[in-house]
Design a protein around this ligand. Sequence first.
Ligand code: NDP
Ligand code: OXD
Length: 294
Amino acid sequence: VTALAAALPGIDVRAWPDTGEPAAVEYASLWGDAAGDMRRFANLKVLFSLGAGVEHILGNPLRPPDVPVVRLIDPAHRTGMIEYVLMRVLHYHRRMPEYAAQQAQGIWRERSQCAPGDRRVGIMGMGELGTGCAEILVRLGFDVAGWSRSPPTIVGVTGFAGRDALAAFLARTEILVNLLPLTPETVGILDAGTLAMLQKNACLINVGRGRHLVEGDLLAALDSGHLAGATLDVFCTEPLQKDHPFWTHPKVTVTPHIAAMTLLQSAVPAIAENVRRHRAGEPMVGVVDPARGY
Ligand code: NDP
Ligand code: OXD
């Protein structure tokens, strides 16, 4: 609040739940649905998500339906996601799970090394974050494909678009990165059927949303030996339940939804700039289309 107030001189910035008179609230920045019935803020002009995802706002039946929803687009967020995805792609590409298993048994054994150009990485969701990851992987020489609704047009990336192209995209993929938004069309998209389409011994990096993945189907695909590993940053229930099999599964790495964290120093200027634009009658950056869900 202090940082946002400093970035918005002349505007009264309050921390929830000290909102003052509801009718005086014009802008709200939020994560989740803790604020409950947003319709009581009768003069609300914009709802800002404190993250890139907006399903927590669009899925709230108590949101004022005509108020624009704006997602967070900020360079530090993008950098954080690129770091995380790159770290895990390299982890699988350089066979670190196998070396970790060898170390546990004191085995000194060199394994074959694959050139990046022979490693096929597939990215689902070629938006702000997927594109950032794809560009850097291409620069490192990986064989990168992207899947989105409209055909991706990133230089060096093999593009696939729409449901009809999903099977072909998955069939070529050895390391799958999920960076889709959660929408009615993408919920449960990583299920037994789609996981089975991946190459044998493929690995999954799920940094989109937990509900993209049918968790039991992933466990079955790992246990059958079809998939070699999974890095999961997002889960159907967060925090992940204490007794969830993912915690101890030898092929699963769990992180607590930290792939790209919202950092004050870059999120605050991004929101403040959008407030400025809105007040100046200029287009805001990151306005979502509620009909598409992202
Ligand atoms: P964008 O809105 O910029 O991009 C979304 C991409 O997904 C677009 O390429 C879009 O296609 C594609 N897409 C959407 N629906 C479909 C569909 N039905 N079929 C195929 N492709 C589809 O989002 P961001 O890149 O900013 O963020 C993506 C997601 O990453 C967020 O929504 C959030 O869930 C997750 N995230 C996770 C974080 C973490 O810490 N784990 C941090 C930040 C984000 P098209 O290009 O054709 O429109
Ligand atoms: C986001 C997230 O959507 O952190 O920004 O998950």
